[in-house]
Design a protein around this ligand. Structure first.
Ligand SMILES: C[S@@+](CC[C@H](N)C(=O)[O-])C[C@H]1O[C@@H](n2cnc3c(N)ncnc32)[C@H](O)[C@@H]1O
Length: 301
């Protein structure tokens, strides 16, 4: 593990900026995978971390972290990502069991759900992210001879622009129900881009579709600048979340979906920590305080 690391600020590079956050989540999933009381298993996660020069020396097991679970980044935040992975795995599998056979991962990053989860037959998983991230992911998965458990369709696109055409061009059918996920994505997008994304999802979804997304509700993100999580992430791996998060006014996407006839429910991660018996609990000056997981359904007729 590195000590004080350089800051990575280029938001377009795969090994830097927001692309690097995908590796942080992968390292967290690797750590979660090797825990005795693991909430989610991802055998591919550590391979992504080891294959990228920018993070090849990051830990992939909690035993490799000198202060272990006491480390705000590799202990508490990694456990947060482990819990989030499990909760959203459950959401996706629950949703496809009700009928939809199309799954769209927005900002898929190094998500390997197409390979990890037991999808019903006939499922297609569309993975939208920037071309560089998807190309890196493909190289590692090809080297591992990984076989997806659903039809997997990578879709290189910029989610700040109009990506609907790219998705329908590769076989997504807007007239059939679908399940969507925006995990660790929306707070990197400018507010208008988030609104456009929600509008696009609404436009591309038939009745009976579902969407889960992660939001941050803090009015002033910078108030948490000195929180243990942001400080540890800056100092240990050189990622400054507060430089990467969009700091403009956020839209009320849950409210927008409700106004469009979706039913929505919003939860704190701590609700699920209590449900699963492990995961982060609230603490003072907590960078996770405003995090919410939103589940939305477009009612079937
Ligand atoms: C924190 S990672 C989360 C990845 C994945 N959802 C997960 O939870 O493992 C954020 C991802 O969003 C992608 N992303 C951010 N802005 C994007 C944009 N404008 N267009 C496409 N992808 C974007 C990044 O490339 C990165 O892979």
């Amino acid at each position: 593990m590195t000590g004080k690391a350089p800051q990575h600020m280029d938001v377009e590079g795969v090994n830097e900026g927001v692309g690097l956050t995908a590796f942080l989540v992968a390292a967290a999933r690797a750590i979660e995978t090797h825990r005795d009381d693991s909430l989610a298993e991802d055998v591919y996660a550590e391979h992504f971390v080891r294959a990228a020069p920018a993070c090849a020396d990051w830990p992939v097991r909690i035993e490799q972290v000198p202060d272990g679970d006491g480390n705000p980044l590799w202990g508490r935040l990694a456990r947060y990502f482990g819990l989030r992975t499990r909760v959203l795995d459950d959401f996706l599998l629950r949703s496809v069991r009700t009928g939809p056979r199309q799954v769209v991962l927005l900002g898929a990053g190094l998500d390997t759900r197409a390979f990890r989860l037991d999808w019903p037959s006939g499922c297609a998983v569309f993975e939208i992210d920037r071309a560089g991230v998807l190309a890196f992911k493909q190289r590692v998965l090809t080297d591992l001879a990984a076989a997806p458990k659903a039809e997997r369709v990578p879709v290189p696109a910029d989610l700040r622009a109009d990506w609907a055409g790219a998705l329908t061009a590769v076989g997504f059918d807007p007239t059939a129900p679908s399940v969507w996920l925006a995990e660790g994505l929306l707070f990197y997008l400018p507010g208008p881009a988030e609104s456009l994304l929600v509008d696009t999802v609404d436009r591309l979804t038939a009745d009976g579709s579902a969407l889960a997304f992660e939001a941050k509700l803090e009015e002033d993100l910078l108030a948490y600048r000195d929180s243990a999580i942001y400080t540890a992430t800056r100092e240990q791996v050189g990622i400054d979340f507060l430089l990467l998060f969009d700091k403009g006014i956020r839209p009320d996407s849950a409210g927008d979906l409700t106004a469009r006839g979706w039913s929505t429910s919003m939860h704190t991660p701590f609700d699920f920590t209590r449900r699963y018996g492990r995961g982060p609990l609230p603490e003072p000056n907590d960078a996770l305080e405003g995090n919410r997981w939103v589940f939305a359904r477009k009612p079937a007729p």
